[in-house]
Design a protein around this ligand. Structure first.
Ligand code: SAH
Length: 268
């Protein structure tokens, strides 16, 4: 048997399946999530239940979203876990997480995310940030580095700006490939995301904020005078107090918001 088969299931590469198989790491993740019976917990990609089981032991109930039909079936019919789970078989990228939110409550989301779709899935989840108390995700270590990167670093990019716009992002632990079956080719890490309060989100349009980031970082070697020239003139940049000789990675989150809000007020 190859290590592609774990607990009788052949891992499917197209679903980004790398199953956690390390008791100490699982324990650290569960401790970080800190599940309580009163929590409304949601797991994305429960797979064979490595985190699902210990979390459910503490919370008593858990909602899961799993794309793989075989794995979803396995969980539904699991003798001990099954009755404690609400299983949605489907694509988390299309899932309406707001539909799971009970009145006056927020959900707590976690998962060992499929790495092939982690960035679009994170952007999808940010849309629901006002319904979310916190999130814990296993991701490629490089992705976690980008999410928490500060300006003036190579790793600072659109993912850093958008993550830090919506959330406080804190790295939790690094996880080497041998903790998974099959082992992925990359190092992994767990990140904790705590959505900011709605009053802290001052972008008038997050779509515009995203557009500004796309334009700036698509040509990250150029000065903003050039990379943002499709959006505003050098004089307009000066009006917002920007130094036109800076590059995308030198601007702060606040400056990105200022640009997006200026565009919203003046060019819409
Ligand atoms: N949480 C498990 C499995 C991680 S592997 C563990 O830690 O062992 C990633 C899981 O995400 C797999 O179960 C895979 O089938 C599932 N998955 C992949 N794409 C998905 C999607 N778009 N929506 C929901 N689940 C998905």
């Amino acid at each position: 048997m190859t290590d592609k088969v774990h607990l009788g299931h052949r891992a499917r590469k197209r679903f980004g399946q790398n199953f956690l198989d390390d008791a100490m790491i699982i324990d650290k993740i569960v401790t970080a999530i800190d599940p309580k019976p009163e929590d409304c917990l949601v797991e994305i990609g429960p797979g064979l239940g490595a985190i699902t089981e210990p979390v459910t032991d503490l919370s008593g109930h858990l909602t899961v979203v799993e794309l793989d039909k075989d794995l979803a079936e396995r969980l539904i019919h699991h003798p001990f876990l099954g009755p404690k789970l609400t299983v949605y078989q489907g694509d988390a990228m299309k899932f309406d997480f707001a539909s799971l939110v009970p009145e006056d409550k927020k959900i707590k989301v976690f998962g060992n995310l499929p790495y092939n779709i982690s960035t679009p899935l994170l952007f999808h989840l940010f849309e629901f940030s006002n319904h979310i108390e916190h999130m814990h995700f296993m991701l490629q270590k490089e992705v976690v580095k980008r999410m928490v990167a500060s300006p003036n670093c190579k790793a600072f990019g659109r993912l850093s700006v958008m993550t830090q716009y919506y959330c406080h992002a804190i790295p939790v632990i690094e996880v080497p490939p041998e903790c998974f079956k099959p082992a992925p080719k990359v190092d992994s890490a767990v990140i904790r995301l705590i959505p900011k309060k709605p009053e802290q989100l001052r972008a008038k349009s997050t779509k515009l904020l995203n557009t500004v980031c796309l334009e700036a970082f698509n040509q990250r070697r150029k000065t903003i005078r050039n990379s943002l020239s499709n959006l505003l003139t050098a004089d307009e940049m000066a009006t917002i107090g920007l130094d036109i000789k800076l590059r995308a990675e030198n601007l702060s989150l606040e400056q990105y918001i200022d640009i997006a809000n200026w565009l919203y007020d003046n060019k819409q």
